[in-house]
Design a protein around this ligand. Sequence first.
Ligand code: NI
Length: 168
Amino acid sequence: MALRIIRTEEDPILRKRSRPVTKFDEKLGQILDDMRETMAKANGAGLAAVQVGMLRRIIVVDAGDGVVELVNPEIVEADGEQEGEEGCLSLPNKWAIVKRPNHVKVRAQTRTGAWRMFEGEGLKARAFCHEIDHLDGCLFVDRMEKMLTEEEVRRLQNERLRTAEDDV
Ligand code: NI
């Protein structure tokens, strides 16, 4: 496995459309392994192949309940609505309020080519939508309601910590 360099904002590749994966070979497995490692190292909740310079329809998501790998993903169902802060490994230090569906069903292939259904709610639904957007060259700043200042991000994170304490 190897860490890959995460492309950032000014890199024009982030605006390109990724192509479907047609070969389910060892090379795909290697890309997925590298993407998992790169996402974990960067503490991300998701990563799309284009972010490491590969224009292929591949994403990995880790919303805190284990890593899932989705090849050629398509959202087939979306419902509900959530509004919350969102960031991106390719746009360091930028955060915004973005509206997303609260629940999605995604059809995708595994690393061996089998079709499967994936489901996400809350953060996981947000991560699926965000990563699938990357495959069409779309960044969260295109969909944002409002950009957050650093201070606002800090305040939201503190509020969340306090809420977690209240729950206990
Ligand atoms: Ni992103």
